[in-house]
Design a protein around this ligand. Sequence first.
Ligand code: ZN
Length: 101
Amino acid sequence: MLTANSFRRELARIETRGKYVTKATRRLMRRHGVAAIYSKGKLRGYRLPTGEQVCVKARFPTEDAARAELDTISRLSPRDHKPVRAYECPLCKGWHLTSQP
Ligand SMILES: [Zn+2]
């Protein structure tokens, strides 16, 4: 059975390869019966046959890990539009960063 972690690993492998990303992602989804989740016209994540959800956003396993990344970005990124806080995601049970206060 496909788990959220193995699906994340497969997605990462596809993106690292960098070729035919869309095609390879669709094939992976079809093979495992994974559904895409869209909201307001944007791809937000994937729903697995197990009911687990995998978000497209960068996912941190703990609040500390998310805060550490937030800290690094706020010190090093030259961009104006930066994440300002971490939040726990009710869908994938991980932590994400957001630029919304
Ligand atoms: Zn999430």
